[in-house]
Write a protein that binds this ligand. Structure first.
Ligand code: PEP
Length: 255
């Protein structure tokens, strides 16, 4: 299977931005700009925006995602949100293991693995983020770090379930910093992720997984990054909050 046969996914990660009314306004702005997209268009929004966002994108080609999910179905987990809650409000995707969660909120590969399995079990699609720190890249252990994350985050995830998984390669040093990995650096690691999946599963499974690049992707650099064989889409933070910029990235993925 080659790149052309994989589903390109352009997903916005809004982080802790936009109130429900602001979310509605932004989605109303984005919708007409991406209506002819030849890729999957997703907006991952704060929990409190989900209901409004799902309503706002009705009749459009935009899908809505959450930014995290707990692995238990219910219980004494104050402040957490279950996959059942996300399903009921109409979310389809869930970002998991984002570096901000790993850095600031104690997320580990073990909890990412639990969340990934719960999200898949609920019939939602996880966008699982992996990526190395700058220090790890400088120490030449990028591949070791990524291989470890892939092995742990997908431990016990079946080949069948991998059909619903999106992986986002997000070098931590490129997130929100304005520093983008070069297209060659992004391709190198995305190809490495695919090779790791091929060893863990099979070449067929690996060839079917959508692998995004994320890290200061914008309207100016998207086309070059997305032209690479193993870069199947993008997870976009800052630029996803500006309708024209996000739409330009969607357009770059649609050629
Ligand atoms: C992200 O939050 O996943 C991200 C890639 O952010 P940014 O595009 O702002 O670097």
């Amino acid at each position: 299977m080659n790149k052309a046969l994989r589903k390109a996914v352009i997903a916005g990660n809004w982080k802790m931005n936009k109130t429900p009314s602001e979310a509605k306004a932004l989605l109303n702005e984005i919708a007409p700009l991406v209506k002819d997209a030849d890729c999957e268009v997703v907006a991952c929004v704060p929990y409190v925006d989900l209901t409004t966002a799902v309503e706002a994108v009705k009749g459009t080609n935009i899908k809505i995602g959450a930014e995290n999910a707990h692995w238990e179905e219910k219980g004494a987990f104050t402040g957490e949100i279950s996959t059942g809650m996300l399903k009921e409000v109409g979310a389809e995707y869930v970002v998991l293991g984002h570096s901000e969660r790993r850095q600031y909120f104690g997320e580990t590969d073990e909890t990412v693995n639990k969340r990934t399995k719960a999200v898949l079990k609920a019939g939602l699609k996880p966008i699982v983020c992996v990526g190395e720190l700058l220090w790890e890249r400088e120490c030449n252990i990028t591949e070791e770090v990524i291989a470890r994350q892939i092995k742990l985050d997908f431990f016990d995830v079946t080949a069948e379930d991998m059909k619903n998984v999106v992986i986002a390669y997000e070098p931590v040093w490129a997130i929100g910093t304005g520093k983008t990995a070069t297209a060659d650096q992004a391709e190198e690691v995305c190809a490495f992720i695919r090779a790791t999946l091929a060893k863990l599963y099979s070449q067929d499974v690996a060839d079917g997984v959508t692998i995004q690049y994320g890290g200061s992707m914008n309207d100016a650099n998207a086309a070059e990054l997305l032209s690479k064989e193993n870069v199947d889409g993008g997870l976009i933070g800052g630029a996803s909050l500006v309708a024209e910029k996000f739409a330009a990235i969607v357009k770059a993925a649609s050629v």
